[in-house]
Design a protein around this ligand. Structure first.
Ligand code: BGC
Length: 252
């Protein structure tokens, strides 16, 4: 086994931190996946400790990619929509590298998911403008032009008819507002219509836990761009985080 063909992906989500060892040749898991609840509003130290706990379960001392639900610029956290605001300005890659005693590459969670779908999943081989949306606690976005990521697009915060896209159509909104699938799909269609009008994507990929049940909404989606459900579903963030360890800018 070539050690550098494997990396650990960690995905810090609104409700849980998930991680696993990923085979970078195939994008598949090379062992168990582990998770722990996200202490989202606790101190930065508590969240780092939770990441360390879950990573400790993965055998081997592989490099780590860390998908984080924030704008990440050169390893530093710049926003904290669903986390303790104390994260803003924290040098996450550096802090996690020190804490976990190995190289950690930090990336926005939707950008990580997008990298995974582009490399191993539903957008593999697709050129032109590809937009990926993660429909979870918030809505994350990853935008690719001919396979090249435009990082930190944050389209979940786009105003769509006077309300943020993620307030309309995230997975959490559906649960919190007890929306039916039809009500939620209608909101998602509004968001997709706006994004199509602004970006004219060649392909839109939807992922996140809610897409595990595509039969509940797929035939009611109305969008002028072709839409696919992500092949890696809720695991895309972990896989893409692991893949991100191979990118330029990795502290390793
Ligand atoms: C955050 C993004 C993140 C998305 C999904 C949004 O609220 O601003 O950075 O990618 O949620 O977690």
């Amino acid at each position: 086994m070539n050690a550098s063909s494997f990396a650990i992906g960690v995905d810090v989500g609104g409700s849980s931190i998930k991680c696993g060892l990923v085979d970078l040749q195939t994008g598949e898991f090379a062992g168990e996946r582990y998770s722990t609840p996200t202490p989202a509003q606790d101190s930065t130290a508590t969240l780092l400790a939770a990441i360390a706990t879950v990573v400790a379960d993965v055998p081997g001392n592989h490099a780590i990619g860390l998908a984080f639900p924030s704008v990440i610029v050169r390893g530093t956290v710049r926003t904290a929509a669903h986390l303790n605001k104390a994260w803003i300005g924290q040098p996450l890659a550096k802090l996690a590298t020190e804490h976990l005693r190995r190289p950690v590459y930090a990336i926005n969670d939707a950008d990580a998911a997008g990298l995974a779908e582009l490399r191993y999943g539903a957008a593999r081989g697709v050129s032109g403008t590809v937009l990926l949306l993660t429909l979870g606690t918030g809505i994350g976005s990853a935008l690719f032009i001919d396979g090249r990521l435009v990082p930190n697009t944050e389209l979940g915060h786009l105003q769509v008819s006077g309300r943020e896209a993620e307030v309309r159509a995230s997975g959490r909104t559906k649960v919190d507002q007890k929306m039916s699938w039809d009500e939620w799909t209608e909101q998602l269609n509004m968001v997709l219509r706006e994004l199509h009008a602004l970006l004219w994507p060649d392909l839109i990929v939807l992922c996140g836990g809610i897409t595990e049940e595509p039969g509940k909404f797929l035939d009611k989606l109305r969008c002028e761009s072709p839409v696919r459900i992500g092949a890696l579903r809720a695991q895309a963030g972990i896989v893409g985080a692991a893949f991100a360890t191979t990118l330029a800018g990795n502290p390793a």
